[in-house]
Design a binder for this molecule. Sequence first.
Ligand SMILES: C[S@@+](CC[C@H](N)C(=O)[O-])C[C@H]1O[C@@H](n2cnc3c(N)ncnc32)[C@H](O)[C@@H]1O
Length: 279
Amino acid sequence: MNKKEFDNFFKPYSKNVDNASKHGFWKLSDSLITQIIKDNIPVDINEETVILDAGGGTGRWVCDLSKVYKSRFIIYDLSNHMLKKAMRNIKNADIENRVQFIEGDLKNMERIEPNSVDYIISIYSPISFIYKKEKAFSEMYRVLKKGGKIIIMGHGFYNAIFSKINNFCTEAGVLDVLDKEKMVKWGERVPKLNVFSKEILEDDLQKAGFAPDKTYGIPIFVQPGPEDFDSENIKKSKISSALEKKDFFNEVFKLEMKYNSQPTVANRGMNMFAVAIKN
Ligand SMILES: C[S@@+](CC[C@H](N)C(=O)[O-])C[C@H]1O[C@@H](n2cnc3c(N)ncnc32)[C@H](O)[C@@H]1O
């Protein structure tokens, strides 16, 4: 993807992304991600521990996780529009002394020493935007310490097929290309994105040297409505409204967490979220 296409997408995206989680579908999705991070990174890590947020965008995950963990954080991102917003968010959260910002490409993280990071998180699929994805996987392997853990998300392959058939009745030729290339184009202004099955994501991690541990689908049962992709977060889908009912939200959350890492179910995920270790 060239810089113009990249900036054209992420400049407007940076303005609205922090409000997305006010709607039920994204609130649920964010809650599932938070739970999985807490299940995989112990809450008692100390002030010396380094968590790298790879493609950390506006820093919203670092702001939230800084309330759970005492650690230090690196927000690494290629978009200066996203990072500018991140700097404001981190300042407002009053955690500037714990956060380093690096503007750069995940395919070449030369500003980060080898074996220097304890955990890597990568949420809402930065890897889907990277066309030479194996370079990014091997850079993430290089910077992680031995025994360190990566928790990384990519757009779901099977869900992309499901959605293109059922929500868009996409023409046959486009479906064939999606299947062959493992890349999806959601709209005129959205770049073509890598999509991942559990098997593809685990295979990519393995090729870089990681030992895959577990892969979750996020979410597996709940399907967003078209309104959940409203870039201004004004429209609200039926499912987002329904999820405002606390008991419904809690039950759906419980069912998602019960089944989302079952190997026969994970591939239903709109996103795939894999945990792997550097042994
Ligand atoms: C969908 S956003 C997710 C942002 C953040 N992780 C979140 O959950 O809010 C994807 C992020 O990946 C970043 N990104 C895409 N390609 C990248 C690359 N090659 N190197 C570094 N960051 C990249 C984008 O700038 C953007 O901030």
